[in-house]
Design a protein around this ligand. Structure first.
Ligand SMILES: *Cc1c(COP(=O)(O)O)cnc(C)c1O
Length: 377
């Protein structure tokens, strides 16, 4: 059966990626599976379950709603909301029992009041900005003050952790080391005042690159999905892509030499050639920048995508002999016979990163879950 667009997700691959990452951790470090943005397009709850089966012990998301979604799916593991949470969103986060990040006094006070009002106790991670320049305080004294505020909140708040986030773990190990050097003394001083806190810093790239960054917990996103945080070939780092994106050939027709295909006539046949139309487009997350600029796998071979990527369709040059037939499956991301196209390859074509390719697969594309080929519910 062919679907116009389908994302097949192999949960066994996520499980293995997590198992492999965990086996590489230093000391007693645990793994937090980052499942924000609907599990990087893979589906948040199924990805979270697979990661937990692989040995993850924490979950992390970016927003309060994402934490609530995990709870609604029956997941009760410690869940960190890493992003900024507005006053409007606090109720959702607290009701979900999420752990939150604080980096300024006013937020911490507001959070304490909101928690007390709801007779809740919220676990809080203090964030130091060591060079990312987004969230977190750059002022160590302020970070300690926040920790004291939490300690004095009469149970409304509990100091759970100390964290930072790396800006260049994927491409500049020197700056990574500078951030690490700024974080280490802060974390150990905070730990000596508040033993029992969870210290964490590493994303996927730092986890793979710098054992010194593992501390008590690593926060891995992209790598658990089998994508390479360094944007290269995932298998070279022991990672196995979990997602395949497919469509099928809905129509095949002859374009005679000189005839054009698609919006803006951005492909003109230089010889008589067969054109296959696949009912998948930028409305599904196939980026328009891939116009005349990627391949599609059909019957185990690569064919060039030709003409403009439109919202609902793309077109493929099948050559002078139609090598494919209507109904044939077509792979945009994944393996077909001896051919393989990765999210990393697509990203490189259009000057972006694998993260954006997998996150960009839209909600119009159904996800089908399997375990090494065995369908799951
Ligand atoms: C998204 C995110 C991560 C995970 O990053 P990956 O590169 O996908 O591993 C870790 N920490 C924070 C704060 C994040 O926002």
């Amino acid at each position: 059966m062919a679907l116009r667009a389908l994302a097949r997700v192999n949960l066994a691959a996520i499980e293995r990626n997590v198992g492999w990452l965990r086996s590489s951790l230093s000391g007693q470090a645990e793994l937090c599976a980052v499942v924000k943005a609907d599990g990087y397009g893979h589906g948040a709850a199924p990805a979270a379950r697979a990661a937990l089966a692989g040995g993850a012990t924490w979950l992390a998301v970016a927003t309060a709603d994402e934490a609530a979604e995990l709870r609604a799916a029956g997941l009760s593991e410690p869940t960190l909301v890493m992003g900024a949470v507005s006053s409007e969103e606090l109720g959702t986060a607290i009701a979900a029992g999420a752990e939150l990040v604080a980096w300024d006094r006013r937020f911490t006070e507001r959070l304490a009041a909101a928690a007390a009002e709801r007779d809740s106790s919220v676990r809080v991670h203090v964030k130091l900005d060591t060079g990312m320049g987004r969230l977190g305080t750059r002022d160590r004294a302020e970070a300690f003050e926040i920790a004291e505020l939490i300690a004095r909140s009469r149970g409304a708040l509990e100091l759970a952790g100390a964290m930072t986030h790396f800006a260049t773990a994927d491409d500049d190990p020197e700056f990574l080391d500078r951030q690490l050097s700024a974080f280490e003394p802060f974390a150990s001083e905070l730990r000596s005042r508040f033993p029992g806190i969870v210290v964490h810093a590493a994303n996927s790239a730092a986890t793979l690159r710098s054992p010194a960054s593992h501390f008590d917990l690593v926060r891995c996103g992209i790598a658990i999905y089998g994508c390479d945080p360094m944007h290269e070939e995932p298998s070279e780092r022991g990672l196995e892509p979990a997602l395949a994106l497919s469509s099928y050939v809905a129509a095949v027709k002859l374009a005679q030499s000189g005839e054009s295909i698609g919006y803006g006539r951005r492909f003109v046949a230089e010889r008589d050639t067969w054109i296959g139309t696949l009912p998948i487009g930028y409305g599904d997350g196939v980026r328009r920048a891939l116009t005349n600029n990627c391949d599609v796998l059909l019957r185990g071979q690569r064919y060039p995508l030709v003409g403009t990527v439109s919202m609902d369709n793309i077109t493929v040059d099948l050559g002078p002999e139609p090598g494919a037939q209507p109904g044939d499956e077509a792979i945009l991301i994944g393996t077909d016979g001896g051919e393989r196209q990765t999210a990393e390859q697509l990203a490189r074509r259009i000057g972006t990163i694998n993260y954006e390719i997998v996150c960009g697969i839209s909600s119009r594309v159904p996800r089908a879950y399997h375990h090494d080929g065995e369908p799951i519910g």
